[in-house]
Structure formats: structure tokens, C-alpha cells
Ligand binder design. Structure first.
Ligand code: NAD
Ligand code: MG
Length: 337
């Protein structure tokens, strides 16, 4: 696997180019600020509302999407995936200059043909392997978050240079830029978030919590054991992998890990993971999610609400109030992005 660093990036590939960042949310605010501080000419394409106010407050030239696209050479689409196709059709495509570079931070819409750009458009991806706030905070520390790049269409024959220069300007070249394809990024990203990172983890936490509470243990104890302490373990995994984590925990914990873990995540669980991967690869998940959005997200809304009303949320809020340090340096700052 080829990894690129700042030294491999052609300097000045973005010179004389205006980059339009579409959306000023998690990724949008991070890309825009990092690019600007790297000397790139940035404008923001955003509908009127809270995000436009934030972008203007941060000192950007922010305007409605259609107007911004007309001025831009590079258009980076950092809108929620489910709105991108509409905004593309109504605001981007009719206003895009010929030979523009169209960028994405996730391959979903291109890979599943929700957006089909004309053959004379250059299409690339720069996908930071981290949420926007980390892309921003690592950059300001002089570091960066690793990025994936991919090129889907390259009529201008220099789209990879543009993608590398963009990834470098948001800090990716300080950590490493990995080349992939739209297909690989999209399918592995969906699989990871469904099976391990978001879906798998939240279901594991809830099942553990409910088991303890149903057995008569205090909900507070169940919260600490099954949710709060996940962070301590994940920090060890993040720092040095699974053996590093096992080195740090007690031998008793390690014996329980080695002998009981495989009884929780079984061959059946893995079989279901394969089913989920098949649904991603066949486009079935994409179709279900796009239809859900067309229907105004009834399942999404109901399940989100059900999750918010679970006892673990109530107990958690109470316990976190006892730990005021959790609020310092919060990762999620709803006022900024
Ligand atoms: P977000 O929800 O944080 O922000 C979206 C922005 O788009 C907001 O500024 C919102 O006001 C604006 N917006 C929404 N609908 C709009 C519309 N119809 N017209 C104009 N503007 C509109 O989104 P995000 O999490 O930053 O995701 C952006 C892209 O980055 C997605 O493709 C996502 O898959 C990808 N990505 C996200 C992360 C992450 O951790 N959040 C990581 C890697 C890649
Ligand atoms: Mg991901």
C-alpha cells in the first residue's frame, strides 16, 4: 500500500484555484479552516441559517451553494450524504465550470450512483480517517489526521495531484495519505461503522448494561462497567493494539477476556457480519437508506428517540455531572460546528 507524505506532494497544485467548501458542519469547518491557514483560497457554499452564520463569524466569504459553485475550480461536497444528490442536481451541476474538480469525503454517492458527474468533470476523494474536530485540532497542533485519497474520473490528468495537495493542505500529509478506490472506501467505511464502531459497540454496551440491571445490580454500577470504562480500554487499544491493552489490564481481566470474549461474539455473530457486508456490497443497504430518507426518515427518527429514552442515558447524564472534568475540552462543541 502506497503512503504519501508532504514531501511527495506537488507544491502549488492548488495555487490559482478557488476551493468551494459545500457545507460548514463537522468536516466542512475543519477543511475550510485548515485549507485557509495552508494558504488556499477558500469560499463556503452554504444555505442560509446557523451554518452560514458560523462560517461568516469565522471570517469566511460564505454564500448560497449555486453562487459559490460558479466562482470555484474545486468543489468539495461536505454535506450530509443523504442531501448531496439533490444539492448536486439543483445547485452544483447547473453552475459548475467545465473541467472542475469535484471532491468528496466519503464515496457513498459516487459509488452507489446517486451522483453521476459528466465525463468532463474530475472526481476525487479526500477522506480524513477521523471526525472534523480532530482534523481541525490536530492541524492546529502542527500535526494531522491520516487521509484516504481516490480518483474516480480524471479527464484533466492531474486529479491525483489536486487530491494530494488538498489532503496535504488539511494536514493529512503530516500523518500519511493512503490511496484507495471509491468502492473500497465506501464499503469498508459502512461495514466498520455498522458492525464494529457504532452499531456493534452500542449494542454490546446496551446488552451488557441491561444484563447487569436485570440481575438487580445498581444502574450506576452497570453504567460505569459497561459504558464509562470503554474509554479506558479503547485508549489502550488505540495506543498499541490488542496485546498492548492486555499487557496493561490485570491477569484476571485478561483471562476473562481470552476465554469469555469469543462466547459473546460467536461464529453466528460473524455469519451475521458477512450478511451485513453482502447487503453493503449489493447496494441493498444504500437503497434502504435512500428510501428511508425519501420517506422523511421514520425508522431513523423512531429508533433514535427510543435510544434517547433508554435508562442508560438518564443514569449517564446524572453520573457525568459528578465528573465535571469530562466537560473540559469536550470533543463535541455544538456551537462551533
Ligand atoms: P454535518 O452534518 O456535520 O454538516 C453538514 C453541513 O451541510 C452543515 O453545515 C449543514 O448546514 C449543511 N447542509 C445540510 N443540508 C444542506 C443543504 N440541503 N444545502 C446546503 N447545505 C446543507 O456533515 P459531516 O459529518 O461533516 O459530513 C460531511 C461529509 O463528510 C459526508 O460525506 C460524510 O460521510 C463525510 N465524513 C464525515 C466524517 C465525520 O466524522 N463526521 C468523517 C469522514 C467523512
Ligand atoms: Mg468511517
Amino acid at each position: 500500500m502506497k503512503i504519501y507524505y508532504d514531501k511527495d506532494v506537488k507544491k502549488g497544485a492548488l495555487k490559482d484555484k478557488t476551493v468551494c467548501i459545500m457545507g460548514y458542519g463537522s468536516q466542512g469547518h475543519a477543511h475550510a479552516n485548515n485549507l485557509k491557514e495552508s494558504g488556499v483560497d477558500v469560499i463556503i457554499g452554504i444555505r442560509k441559517g446557523a451554518s452560514m452564520d458560523k462560517a461568516k463569524k469565522a471570517g469566511f466569504e460564505a454564500m448560497p451553494p449555486a453562487q459559490a459553485v460558479k466562482k470555484a475550480d474545486v468543489i468539495m461536497v461536505l454535506l450530509p450524504d443523504e442531501y448531496q444528490a439533490d444539492v448536486y442536481k439543483n445547485e452544483i451541476e447547473p453552475n459548475m465550470k467545465k473541467g472542475s474538480y469535484l471532491g468528496f469525503a466519503h464515496g457513498f454517492n459516487i459509488h452507489f450512483n446517486q451522483i453521476v458527474p459528466s465525463p468532463d468533470t474530475n472526481v476525487f476523494m479526500v477522506a480524513p480517517k477521523g471526525p472534523g474536530h480532530l482534523v481541525r485540532s490536530e492541524y492546529t497542533k502542527g500535526s494531522g489526521v491520516p487521509c484516504l485519497i481516490a480518483v474516480q474520473q480524471d479527464p484533466s490528468r492531474d486529479t491525483k495531484e489536486i487530491a494530494l495537495a488538498y489532503a496535504s493542505a488539511i494536514g493529512g500529509g503530516r500523518a500519511g495519505i493512503i490511496e484507495t478506490s471509491f468502492r473500497e472506501e465506501t464499503e469498508t467505511d459502512l461495514f466498520g461503522e455498522q458492525v464494529v464502531l457504532c452499531g456493534g459497540l452500542t449494542s454490546l454496551i446496551m446488552a451488557g448494561y441491561e444484563t447487569l440491571v436485570e440481575a438487580g445490580y445498581a444502574p450506576e454500577m452497570a453504567y460505569f462497567e459497561c459504558l464509562h470504562e470503554v474509554k479506558l480500554i479503547v485508549d489502550l487499544l488505540y495506543e498499541g493494539g490488542i496485546s498492548n491493552m492486555r499487557y496493561s489490564i490485570s491477569n484476571t481481566a485478561q483471562f476473562g477476556d481470552l476465554t469469555r470474549g469469543p462466547r459473546v461474539v460467536t461464529e453466528d455473530t460473524k455469519k451475521e457480519m458477512k450478511n451485513i457486508l453482502n447487503e453493503i456490497q449489493s447496494g441493498e443497504f444504500a437503497r434502504e437508506w435512500m428510501l428511508e430518507c425519501k420517506a422523511n426518515k421514520p425508522v431513523f427518527t423512531a429508533l433514535t428517540r427510543k435510544g434517547e429514552q433508554h435508562q442508560i442515558e438518564e443514569v449517564g447524564a446524572k453520573l457525568r455531572d459528578m465528573m465535571p472534568w469530562l466537560k473540559k475540552g469536550k470533543l463535541v462543541d455544538k456551537s462551533k460546528a
